[in-house]
Design a protein around this ligand. Structure first.
Ligand code: SF4
Length: 403
């Protein structure tokens, strides 16, 4: 019997019922749901799982206020989907000073942000020491900021530069102030699509191995998935399977966050892209398949605000962040921007009560009365002014306008 014939024998309605009731589904069943379950039924099953998991607070959807701080665009890894990096010897390379980074942290605190995502290229000179210095400086001045940053790819790179093991690198940057890993660099974990789009990155197995080391050291993370660079449906589900298997052992992934490839200013040139429907199907199948991952995050940044609202009805319980600064996917064409007032409005109009959350998902402020909504119009997602033009986002982003 062929694989397709195997899939054809799966009773989609029965699998949906079992998954909606909390039963574990196999990768083959997940693939068949992803390929052929009616979209509305898939969403209803995923939403049932979400409501049961969050019984008592199922009326709430969360968001966070954070800032991406991009410390350098110099990168030796040259991923084909990336519009942010510049080769290290290029005249487009920039690196932010520590003073500049601390100023951006100060602005984040001033605007009510609770988290920073330190995100940049694989600089040929930045080993463990660079991150130790920067994280300890940030924590010294802003102990209230959670450093939710980096991922296994950065660990692999910095460990190589410093000549230490991944475990030692993680121990040291954790001791210096890193609170949790953002799980960047997962892209697609199966070998074929990963090699096709990021041939110089570590393998998917190695990415997971490093995350497992981190989890075992008490450093939790989120997990991500880049959709739309030509991977097959089966490879998308295999990505989920690889994450679920590690999660069964560690429990260290707090959330799963799929997002879609952006087509501008990169080597792949947008020859393939994921549709909004593929994205929503992934949100729903992820909620059904990842029965061991607490949170599924919807995205408005790469898919648009309406798709973000819809994701809250397809299994997502969180709508990501008001990102005070973002330059990476913006360089590749993600043009969506939002602000605190609009984020609250988006969630409310999706039929949920908005709540600002912490990195670890505790509710900080539940906006259950519109009359008491925060009105700080400075809390806006900023993009670099040149992020959309030529890639390699410009360093001179001004965040706070003087008004
Ligand atoms: S995605 Fe990250 S590792 Fe890949 S080229 Fe861009 S900055 Fe470098």
């Amino acid at each position: 019997m062929t694989a397709n014939a195997d899939l054809a024998s799966i009773d989609v309605a029965a699998v949906l019922d079992r998954a909606a009731a909390g039963g574990r589904i196999t990768p083959e069943e997940a693939l068949e749901l992803y390929r052929s379950a009616p979209l509305h039924a898939l969403g209803a099953a995923a939403d049932a799982v979400r409501r049961r998991r969050y019984a008592g607070v199922e009326h709430i959807a969360t968001y966070i206020i954070e800032r991406n701080i991009n410390y350098t665009n110099a990168c030796v890894t040259a991923c084909k989907f990336c519009a942010f990096y510049a080769p290290p010897k290029s005249d487009k390379v920039w690196t932010r000073s520590l003073d500049d980074i601390l100023r951006r942290c100060a602005e984040t605190v001033e605007l009510g942000g609770t988290q920073i995502m330190f995100q940049g290229g694989h600089h040929p000179d930045f080993g463990v020491e660079y991150y130790e210095e920067h994280f300890s400086a940030i924590k010294k001045e802003f102990p209230q900021l959670v450093i939710h940053s980096l991922g296994a790819s950065e660990v692999e790179h910095m460990a190589r530069i410093s000549g230490v093991s991944a475990e030692e690198a993680i121990r040291r940057i954790h001791a210096a102030g890193l609170d949790s890993f953002a799980g960047a660099g997962a892209e697609l974990l199966p070998e074929r699509p990963r090699k096709a789009i990021a041939p110089l990155k570590e393998s998917g197995e190695r990415w997971l191995e490093i995350m497992e080391i981190a989890h075992n050291l008490g450093v939790e993370s989120t997990s991500t998935m880049l959709m739309g660079t030509g991977e097959t449906n089966a490879e998308r589900i295999e990505h989920l399977r690889m994450i679920r298997d590690v999660q069964d052992r560690t429990g260290g992934f707090r959330a799963f966050i799929p997002y879609t490839y952006q087509p501008q200013n990169n080597v792949l040139r947008g020859r393939t892209q994921a549709t909004v429907f593929e994205y929503l199907r992934m949100i729903a199948v992820a909620r059904l398949f990842l029965d061991n991952v607490a949170h599924i995050q919807g995205s408005w940044l790469t898919t648009g605000k309406e798709a973000g609202q819809l994701s809250l009805h397809y299994g997502a319980d969180d709508l990501g962040s008001v990102m005070l600064e973002e330059n990476v996917v913006s360089s590749a064409g993600a043009k969506h921007r939002s602000n605190l007032v609009e984020m609250i409005d988006l969630i409310r109009k999706a039929g949920r009560v908005p709540a600002q959350r912490a990195t670890t998902y505790e509710h900080l402020h539940i906006h259950d009365d519109p009359a008491n909504d925060p009105v700080d119009h400075r809390v806006v997602s900023h993009l670099s002014s040149t992020a959309l033009e030529g890639g390699t986002a410009h360093p001179e982003l001004k965040l706070i306008t003087s008004d």
